[in-house]
Design a protein around this ligand. Structure first.
Ligand code: DGY
Length: 410
C-alpha cells in the first residue's frame, strides 16, 4: 500500500528530467513555465534543493528582453507539436524555446520555497531576484494596457481554449496556415482537447510571431489577438506583491516594483464588468466577455475583495460537486470535458484557496481545499477533472496536480 503522499512524490520524481520537470510524459515532454513553478512548490515539501533547481532551470531560459518563455525545449521530442522548428526561436535565449510567456506564478512560489528554509534559500533567492524583476518589467513594458495584462496568444494565459478568447479567435482568419499534424490528440481523447479551428489559429499566431522574429516592438505595432486576462493580471499583481516582500528580505529597493503594483491594481479594477464579475476584455473591440471563469475567482489571490464574486463562489459550490469549474456550470458554453471550457483544475483551486484564506474567507477556503483533496484522492493525479462527477481528464500522473496535493490539498 502506497500512501497518496508517496504517490505524489513519486510523480514529481518520475517526471524529473534532471533539473526540470515535464508536466506529464508524452503529452507535454518539455519544461513548461508555470507547471515548473508549481513543481518547485511541490518539491519544496520534501526536497528544497530540487525545488530551487527547478526555478533556476526555468530562469536560465530567460531571454535578454526579460521574457521567460512558456516552453523550454531542452531535448528534442518528436511526440510534441509545435516544436522548436515551428517556433523558430532557437537562438533567442540559452535554450531553444517558444516565443511567448505564461502566467508569472514563479515569484510567488520562490517566496514559498524560500520560507520553507530561509537560511538555505537566501543565496539562491538572491541569484534569481533580478531575473524575476526583469521578467515582471517585461510584462509591464509589453503586456500591459493601463495595468490590465493582456495575452497575445491563448497559450500565454495557460487557459488555451477558454471561452474568454472566443470573440478574438473568431476574428482571426488563419489563412495560409498550411498542413500540420497535431500530436496532442494522439495522447489524449480529442473530446478533451481544443478543436481544429482553435489549433489553426494557435499555429497561425505562432507563424506570425516567427515572421516578425519575436521582436517585441514589431509585434506591438499590430496585434491580431489582444485580450486582457484575469489569469495574467491577478497572478502578476500577486506575484508582484510577493516580489516586493522578497525585495525587503534581501534589502533590495522595491520602489519600481511598488509602482507596478499600483498600475496593476488599476488594471485589475478594469476587469470588473457591468455585472461586477471579473472577466476578460477583448481589447480589439473593448468588449467584456461576461464569462465567469475559474480565473475570475483569482481576485482574492490578488488581494482584491468582491461581494459579487463571493456570491458567484456560493453558486459554484452549489452547481457541481467538484468546483471551481473553468467555465460556469449551467451556461450554454459549459462543457465538462473540454480542457478550459468547464473542467476543474486543481492548480487554480490552490491559488483561489490561498487567496480566500488570506482575505479572511476561511470556511470557503477550507471547503475548496477539502473538495479538491477528495477529488484527487478519489480520481487521481489527472491534468484536470470533470466537475460534475470527478472523472479524470487530459494527461495523467500530472506534475502540478501532484505538487498541489503535497503543498496545499493534503
Ligand atoms: C499545448 O500544447 O497544449 C500547450 O498547452 C501549449 O502550451
Amino acid at each position: 500500500h502506497i500512501s497518496i503522499d508517496e504517490q505524489a512524490r513519486a510523480i514529481l520524481r518520475g517526471n524529473d528530467r534532471g533539473g526540470y520537470t515535464v508536466p506529464t510524459a508524452g503529452l507535454y515532454p518539455y519544461q513548461w513555465n508555470w507547471d515548473s513553478a508549481f513543481a518547485a512548490w511541490g518539491f519544496a515539501q520534501f526536497d528544497i534543493d530540487r525545488a530551487w533547481a527547478e526555478l533556476e532551470t526555468l530562469f536560465a531560459g530567460q531571454w535578454p528582453s526579460g521574457m521567460v518563455p512558456h516552453i523550454l525545449f531542452h531535448k528534442p521530442d518528436p511526440g510534441y507539436f509545435p516544436g522548436p522548428d515551428v517556433w523558430g526561436a532557437q537562438d533567442k535565449g540559452t535554450t531553444p524555446s517558444s516565443g511567448i510567456s505564461q502566467p508569472p506564478v514563479a515569484a510567488s512560489f520562490a517566496r514559498a520555497v524560500y520560507e520553507k528554509d530561509p537560511a538555505a534559500g537566501e543565496p539562491r533567492l538572491r541569484a534569481l531576484f533580478t531575473r524575476m524583476v526583469d521578467w515582471h518589467r517585461w510584462f509591464m513594458d509589453w503586456r500591459s494596457d493601463g495595468g490590465a495584462i493582456f495575452i497575445t496568444h491563448p497559450w500565454e494565459a495557460g487557459r488555451d481554449n477558454a471561452p474568454d478568447w472566443d470573440e478574438a479567435m473568431a476574428a482571426i482568419d488563419p489563412v495560409g496556415v498550411g498542413e500540420y499534424t497535431r500530436r496532442d490528440t494522439s495522447h489524449v481523447d480529442p473530446a478533451m482537447r481544443p478543436t481544429k479551428e482553435d489549433y489553426d489559429r494557435y499555429i497561425w499566431l505562432v507563424q506570425r510571431g516567427r515572421r516578425l522574429d519575436w521582436d517585441d516592438a514589431a509585434l506591438a505595432k499590430d496585434r491580431p489577438f489582444m485580450v486582457a486576462d484575469p489569469t495574467m493580471t491577478f497572478i502578476l499583481l500577486r506575484a508582484n506583491r510577493d516580489l516586493a516582500a522578497l525585495a525587503d528580505l534581501l534589502g533590495e529597493d522595491r520602489g519600481e516594483i511598488d509602482s507596478w503594483t499600483a498600475r496593476l491594481e488599476a488594471g485589475a479594477a478594469r476587469l470588473k464588468g457591468e455585472d461586477g464579475v471579473f472577466d476578460a476584455i477583448n481589447l480589439t473591440t473593448g468588449h467584456h466577455t461576461g464569462n465567469v471563469s475559474c480565473a475570475s475567482f483569482l481576485c482574492w489571490y490578488a488581494g482584491l475583495e468582491s461581494d459579487v464574486m463571493l456570491d458567484e463562489l456560493r453558486q459554484a459550490f452549489d452547481a457541481s460537486p467538484y468546483p471551481i469549474p473553468s467555465h460556469k456550470v449551467g451556461t450554454e458554453i459549459f462543457n465538462p470535458k473540454r480542457y478550459w471550457r468547464g473542467p476543474t483544475w486543481a492548480i487554480i483551486n490552490a491559488l483561489i484557496g490561498r487567496g480566500l484564506a488570506e482575505m479572511g474567507h476561511k470556511p470557503e477556503a477550507e471547503k475548496l481545499r477539502l473538495l479538491t483533496r477528495e477529488l484527487i484522492a478519489r480520481h487521481g493525479f489527472a491534468e484536470y477533472f470533470n466537475p460534475l462527477n470527478g472523472d479524470p481528464a487530459g494527461g495523467g500522473t500530472f506534475t502540478w496536480t501532484a505538487a498541489v496535493w503535497l503543498a496545499w490539498a493534503s
